[in-house]
Design a protein around this ligand. Structure first.
Ligand code: PRP
Length: 215
């Protein structure tokens, strides 16, 4: 599929494919699932932070020379969509220890697959911040778009939302691109399609269940 300009697919290296091969296997142990999915999460978070704005900064190196560098130029926060989004929190704290974290709890109705917002708690000044929206699965995109709506209602600018997403469906990406074209998405894989149960194929199953051991 051709990805829109706001879809940032991680480089599809053999190493990434080997990691996906481990974690997509239905017989993968939970220990391996945690270990290898966290490696991908780390890459996704680094990819998301690459999309933030930077300003010029000079420093003097130990040999007395000037290095013409850059520094982060924005206020940032992260908002995991509970529950699966919380799987990304420990890697997030590794790359950005002091980051402000909000929460949005959205669950899909088991039958209709429609998202329902149960809870939100966001930083007071979120409207001034860039937001890493942690949502590992983009299937129908219903949950992700509901989470984006919560952020927009809180005053976040659409072009300041960077969705950190593990697996995405072509349908979900198209829907986000149509309804919220300025939202950026970083993902590690784009699947073939959705099945009748709105699961991605070939997919990874229920990411939250596998990560938190509730299968
Ligand atoms: C899963 C997943 C996403 C959502 C994706 O959540 O974590 O939030 O479904 O599907 P969609 O794009 O069709 O909305 P679920 O409601 O199963 O809860 P979980 O986070 O506890 O796994």
């Amino acid at each position: 599929m051709t990805t829109g300009h706001n879809v940032h697919l991680l480089p599809q290296t053999d190493q990434l494919r080997a990691i996906h091969t481990i974690i997509r296997d239905r017989d993968c142990t939970r220990e391996n699932f945690l270990f290898y999915s966290r490696r991908v999460i780390r890459l996704l978070l680094e990819g998301g932070m690459d999309l933030l704005p930077f300003t010029k900064k000079q420093v003097t190196t130990p040999v007395g020379a000037t290095f013409h560098g850059l520094e982060f130029a924005s206020k940032l926060c992260a908002v995991p969509v509970i529950r699966a989004g919380e799987a990304m929190e420990s890697e997030l704290r590794d790359v950005h220890p002091g980051i402000r974290i909000g929460k949005i709890l959205i669950q899909r109705d088991r039958r209709t697959k429609l998202p329902h917002l149960y809870y939100k708690h966001l930083p007071d000044d979120i409207a001034d911040r860039y937001v890493l929206l942690l949502e590992p699965m983009l299937a129908t995109a219903g949950s992700a778009l509901a989470a984006v709506d919560v952020l927009l209602e809180s005053g976040v600018r659409e072009d300041r939302i960077i969705m950190i997403n593990f697996l995405s469906s072509p349908e979900g990406l198209r829907r986000v691109a149509t309804e919220r074209p300025r939202v950026k998405i970083v993902t590690s894989a784009i699947e073939d399609r959705l099945n009748e149960q709105a699961f991605m194929v070939p997919g990874i199953g229920d990411f939250g269940d596998r990560f938190f051991g509730t299968t």
